[in-house]
Write a protein that binds this ligand. Structure first.
Ligand code: ADP
Length: 311
């Protein structure tokens, strides 16, 4: 079973409009999805045929509704109930623009966090692989993911971490390391205080190699959107390039990449298969108008065209 964690989930509501008229009535047909980065990972893992359980924190009427959206998507879920209402995030698509209104989400109490910590330990004991994605809600300390990583390491379960900012800093400082870390180029530049471009992968790779914080992490993958990715695995450095097929919506490509990595790592695949699977999922998501959904019928075409080379 692959366990996905979404600590700050959201009901994503998308409105498609020809034109957004400010200061007047706009009539819309909503499209609602169980959102949050970990839910995107879950949906893609379901498409790949994995046994998935989604966990995290859910609250109120919105939380109950979120449960029914996950049921409709065929995602098994085991979330810890909280008193606050699960948030709603609005995405208005208009005239080629994407205007987003994101609620910050509920504040988590110490008792709620303790209940989740106990549930997580139970679920990790049954998992073959764990993915942790996205931001932490209010009330949860920045080093909480570091503690979850330590729990996975205690159970000898591979754990993939996709976060940024203070929770990423705390995970890098901690003694127990995740199996795989997947910052994108913007996140890694923010962390290093640099501004590398995809053309400068060799310089970026050298900077990462010299940075002690990454030394004991088995896999470090830097995703670079349409430019593919590069990765460290032990002493090896790899460059992955995806085929030149037009993208329609790259939102959720990083989450889809995490799903592909989790799928391949849980199956004990070799390095090239791990990288080809992750990058294929990222690309197939970018080719699909839906977020966290692959154009699965193009799997063979894209998988065979993803190039992985050792640098
Ligand atoms: P994030 O969503 O975390 O910012 P990226 O945008 O770097 O992640 O995308 C993750 C992966 O998805 C990339 O490494 C690449 O393999 C694939 N990908 C993303 N966007 C595109 C695109 N426009 N064309 C081709 N592949 C893409």
């Amino acid at each position: 079973m692959i366990l996905t964690v979404t600590m700050n989930p959201a009901i994503d509501t998308a409105y498609q409009l020809d034109k957004l008229v400010i200061d007047d009535v706009n009539r819309v047909v909503p499209k609602k999805t169980a959102g949050g980065k970990g839910l995107n990972v879950s949906r893609v893992l379901c498409q790949l045929g994995d046994d998935v359980v989604a966990t995290g924190l859910l609250g109120g009427h919105m939380g109950a509704y979120m449960g029914s959206l996950m049921d409709a998507d065929g995602i098994k879920h085991d979330f810890t109930p909280i008193a606050g209402e699960t948030r709603i995030c609005l995405n208005i698509l208009h005239e080629g623009n994407q205007t987003e209104l994101l609620e910050s989400g509920p504040e988590i109490s110490a008792d709620e966090l303790e209940a989740f910590t106990a549930k997580f330990a139970e679920l990790v004991a049954k998992a073959d692989c764990v993915t942790i994605s996205g931001s932490l809600p209010k009330g949860v300390p920045a080093d909480y993911y570091a503690g979850m990583v330590a729990e996975c390491v205690r159970h000898n379960v591979p754990v993939l971490l996709d976060t940024s900012g203070a929770s990423l800093d705390a995970a890098l400082e901690a003694e127990s390391k995740p199996t795989l870390l997947k910052p994108n180029l913007t996140e890694i530049n923010a962390l290093l205080g640099t501004s590398y471009t995809p053309e400068q992968v060799n310089d970026l790779a050298a900077a990462l190699k010299a940075d002690k914080r990454f030394a004991d992490i088995e896999w470090v993958v830097v995703s670079m959107g349409a430019a593919g990715s590069f990765a460290f695995h032990g002493d090896k450095i790899y460059r992955a390039k995806t085929p030149d097929i037009p993208a329609v919506n790259a939102t959720g490509s990083g989450d889809s990449t995490i799903a592909g990595f989790a799928h391949a790592i849980a199956a004990g695949s070799d390095d090239v298969t791990v990288l080809k699977t992750g990058n294929t999922c990222g690309k197939l998501n970018a080719m699909d108008p839906q977020t966290g959904h692959l154009v699965i019928e193009k799997w063979d075409e894209v998988y065979n065209a993803v190039e992985v080379t050792e640098l």
